[in-house]
Design a protein around this ligand. Structure first.
Ligand code: HEC
Ligand code: HEC
Length: 285
């Protein structure tokens, strides 16, 4: 062991010191409004062989009070943003005077399954696109409107509305064919050690989920409930902003929200959740 890896191994051990080896509460069942049953635990996809055998929703790792808020749409503050997204959907904007609804009709039909399969390869553009990228392309090239700020309040609300249309459907992103290269980039990033603490996403979310890091019960860092409502922020948080926060916690420089690196990481992290239900909007502390 070299000096630096020894040093970082000690720092990591200190970070997780005192960790109770608590397992995810496998008995908790996420049923929303007493009727919509969510899959919060699923066999890991084949591409996770050697990494994980079972994938767990982040909901399982939260305390009872936080879990309860997500179980009832009247209590879930994320639903206010879903309503706001519905209004945005129907509002004409830009030089073409068009709304999303003018082209896509009823989102409860046209947007079903979209968030379960994104990020996704777009053949015409020759790139993997997140939902944000696709929405902004519609705004710029079809509505004559300004793109939304990546990870900002507007796109978060609209994405909560779009994601909500897939609630209960299993995450099912494609990682083969033309998406494979981006997926591999994302996987490499996931295992890259960042910052003074030399921690990768996997150090925390693959090797230590179920353990406590300071006061936080570590999950697998799944993104099947994004954008999530965070009680601490009293608002929605996007996938890329969450990635940013996690990398910052390792005291490393981070990538920009909307950067190609985070798009690749989003595809990879989404694929780690294949089989879990879309929970948008989920609730976290
Ligand atoms: C003028 C018509 C038009 C308007 C207005 C429009 N779109 Fe689109 N949208 C399209 C077309 C056409 C496609 C398919 C193009 C493609 O695949 O590249 C598309 C694709 C999409 C997709 C991908 C769907 C999928 O199954 O992969 C999403 C999501 C989307 N639009 C969201 C929106 C949102 C949100 C708005 C409003 C902010 C909007 N669009 C406004 C025409 C429009
Ligand atoms: C030092 C440990 C640590 C590292 C390294 C780390 N995270 Fe996290 N992450 C956390 C903690 C703590 C939380 C909050 C508790 C939880 O949900 O696990 C969290 C939460 C998350 C969440 C929210 C999960 C949910 O259910 O809402 C995602 C997504 C996430 N991390 C992704 C990542 C990615 C991707 C990386 C690598 C770029 C990363 N994290 C690196 C500690 C870490």
């Amino acid at each position: 062991m070299t000096k630096t890896t020894l040093k970082s191994a000690l720092a990591v051990a200190a970070l997780f010191a005192g960790a109770t080896v608590a397992q995810a509460d496998e008995s908790a069942q996420l049923v929303i409004n007493g009727e919509i049953e969510m899959v919060t635990e699923a066999p890991a996809a084949a591409h996770l062989e050697g990494a994980l055998t079972t994938v767990y929703s982040g909901w399982l790792f939260r305390d009872d009070a936080t879990q309860a808020i997500q179980m009832d749409d009247f209590d879930n503050p994320g639903m206010l943003y879903v309503d706001q997204g519905a209004e945005m959907w129907a509002t004409a904007e830009g030089t073409e005077g068009k709304s999303c609804a003018d082209c896509h009709g009823d989102a409860s039909e046209s947007m079903v399954g979209v968030s379960a399969t994104y990020p996704k390869w777009n053949e015409a553009a020759g790139e993997v696109r997140t939902v944000t990228m696709q929405v902004n392309d519609c705004r710029e090239s079809r509505m004559g409107a300004e793109p939304y700020k990546y990870g900002g309040d507007d796109i978060n609300a609209l994405e909560a509305y779009i994601g909500f249309q897939s609630r209960g459907m299993p995450v099912n992103v494609a990682i083969d064919g033309p998406a494979a290269e981006t997926w591999e980039q994302g996987r490499d990033l996931y295992y890259t050690r960042f910052g003074q603490l030399e921690l990768s996403c996997a150090s925390c979310h693959e090797q230590n989920y179920g353990n406590y890091i300071r006061a936080d019960h570590l999950s697998q860092g799944q993104i099947n409930g994004f954008p999530v409502y965070r009680l601490k922020n009293a608002g929605l948080v996007s996938v890329h902003n969450r990635f940013r926060g996690c990398i910052r916690d390792t005291r490393a420089e981070t990538f920009a929200v909307g950067s190609p690196e985070f798009v690749a990481l989003e595809l990879y992290v989404s694929s780690r959740g294949n089989g879990l239900s879309i929970e948008t909007p989920s609730v976290r502390q």
